[in-house]
Design a binder for this molecule. Structure first.
Ligand SMILES: Nc1ncnc2c1ncn2[C@@H]1O[C@H](COP(=O)(O)O)[C@@H](O)[C@H]1OP(=O)(O)O
Ligand SMILES: [Mg+2]
Ligand SMILES: [Mg+2]
Ligand SMILES: [Mg+2]
Length: 356
C-alpha cells in the first residue's frame, strides 16, 4: 500500500532544504540595495524572490498542473529599474537549483548541474505564485521567507511550503535555518526542518541530514506553561497576551520569536501556546503564514482555532478572511486558553462599547 503524499513530502522537503541553503548563504552576503520595501511597507529581499523561484520551479517540474499561492510576485523585478536586482535573483536561484547537495532524500527532481533557467523562466516561476486560492482542488502555498524582519536581524525566520487539497492542509514543511536543533543548547547545531502530513504525525529533521525525531507536545503544566509570541508588536498584541497570562495564573515569561518557527517550537514542546491577536482593524492573515504551522500543531497533539474557537479556513482565497486571532496549544489546554482569551477580549472591548 502506498503512503499518502509520500512523493509530495519528499519533494517538499527537498525544495525547502534547497531554499534554506540559499537564504542562509544570501544572509552572509546581503548588501544594502538588495532589499526593497513593498507597497504595504514590509521588506522583501533578493533571498525572498529567489527562494520562491527555486521552490516554484521544483514544484512545477514535478506537478505542472498544480497552482501555487505564493507571497511574492515579480512585478517590481520586470521593470527596467529592477534590472540589477533581477540579475542577482536569477544568479542566486540558479546556484540553488544546480547545487549538488548529496543529502539522501534530495532525489532527482530534474534539478542539479545543468538545470539553469534564464531570466524569463525565473520571473515566470516567481509569478506562478499568483493563484488566487479557493475552496476546491489541489494547491501549494509558499512563504519563501516568513519573518523577513527576523531574517534581516539575523534571528529566526522560516521557509514555508504546504499542500492544500479541498481547503484542508494535507502536508506542510517548515525550514528554520537559524533555529537550534535542541532548544536547551542554543550554541549547538542550528537548522531544523519540521514536516507534517495529515494523519501521519509531525517530525523534526536536521537541515544538515536525514536524522529525524517524532514531535509530540507535552501535557499542560501550569508551572512551566508559557507563550510564544511575535517580536513585532504591530503583528500581534503583546498586552493581550500578558492579560491572558495573568488570567491563567501563569508565571513564565513569553518567548518572542519571528515567523512560523513559533509553530515548530510549539510542536516540539518549547513553549506552551502560540497566540496571535490582531492589533488593528483591517489586516487579514495570509494562508502561507499559517498553513504549515496549523498542520504541525494538529499532528503533534494540539488544537488550532481562531479566538472564537472556530477552525482556520484555508478555502477563502489568499487570506484567512476576517481576522479574529489565532490560538494554538496542546489539546488539554485549549479550552482554558480560549476562555482566558475571550475574557481579555471582552475587557478590551468594554471601553469601546461605553464610548459608542
Ligand atoms: N499588521 C500585521 N498583523 C499581523 N501580521 C502581519 C502584519 N503585518 C505583517 N504581518 C505578517 O506577519 C508575519 C510575521 O509574523 P511574526 O510577527 O509572527 O514573525 C509576516 O508574514 C508578515 O507579513 P509580511 O511577510 O508581508 O511582512
Ligand atoms: Mg514572507
Ligand atoms: Mg510570512
Ligand atoms: Mg513578506
Amino acid at each position: 500500500m502506498s503512503i499518502a503524499y509520500a512523493i509530495e513530502r519528499q519533494l517538499a522537503i527537498s525544495a525547502v532544504r534547497r531554499a534554506c541553503l540559499l537564504t542562509s548563504s544570501v544572509f552572509n552576503k546581503l548588501v544594502k540595495n538588495e532589499t526593497l520595501v513593498k507597497g504595504d511597507k514590509s521588506p522583501v529581499t533578493v533571498a525572498d524572490y529567489s527562494a520562491q523561484a527555486v521552490i516554484s520551479s521544483m514544484l512545477h517540474r514535478a506537478y505542472p498542473n498544480d497552482p501555487i499561492v505564493g507571497e511574492e510576485d515579480a512585478s517590481d523585478l520586470r521593470a527596467e529599474s529592477g534590472a540589477s536586482l533581477r540579475n542577482r535573483i536569477v544568479e542566486l536561484a540558479n546556484e540553488a537549483l544546480t547545487a549538488e547537495l548529496g543529502i539522501g532524500d534530495d532525489a532527482d527532481w530534474g534539478i542539479g548541474p545543468g538545470s539553469e533557467q534564464n531570466a524569463d523562466e525565473v520571473l515566470d516561476a516567481i509569478d506562478r505564485g499568483r493563484y488566487e486560492g479557493g475552496r476546491t482542488g489541489r494547491m501549494w502555498t509558499i512563504d519563501p521567507i516568513d519573518g523577513t524582519k527576523g531574517f534581516l536581524r539575523g534571528e529566526q525566520y522560516a521557509v514555508c511550503l504546504a499542500l492544500i487539497v479541498d481547503a484542508q492542509v494535507q502536508l506542510g514543511v517548515l525550514g528554520c535555518p537559524n533555529l537550534p536543533i535542541d532548544w536547551l543548547k542554543p550554541d549547538g547545531e542550528k537548522g531544523c526542518l519540521f514536516v507534517a502530513v495529515r494523519g501521519q504525525g509531525a517530525q523534526q529533521i536536521k537541515l544538515s541530514g536525514a536524522e529525524s525525531t517524532r514531535l509530540t507536545m507535552p501535557p499542560y503544566t501550569p508551572s512551566t506553561f508559557n507563550f510564544l509570541e511575535s517580536v513585532e508588536a504591530a503583528h500581534s498584541s503583546h498586552s493581550t497576551i500578558s492579560g491572558i497570562s495573568a488570567i491563567m495564573g501563569l508565571t513564565e515569561p513569553p518567548i518572542r520569536m519571528d515567523s512560523q518557527a513559533k509553530y515548530g517550537c510549539l510542536a516540539r514542546g518549547d513553549g506552551g501556546a502560540y497566540v496571535r491577536m490582531p492589533t488593528g482593524a483591517g489586516y487579514k492573515e495570509k494562508i502561507w503564514d499559517h498553513a504549515t504551522g496549523s498542520l504541525l500543531v494538529t499532528e503533534s497533539g494540539g488544537i488550532i482555532t481562531d479566538s472564537r474557537g472556530l477552525p482556520l479556513d484555508f478555502g477563502l482565497g489568499r487570506t484567512l478572511g476576517e481576522n479574529y486571532g489565532i490560538i494554538a496549544t496542546v489539546k488539554d489546554a485549549h479550552g482554558k486558553l480560549l476562555s482566558a482569551v475571550q475574557q481579555v477580549v471582552a475587557k478590551e472591548e468594554e471601553p469601546l462599547k461605553s464610548r459608542a
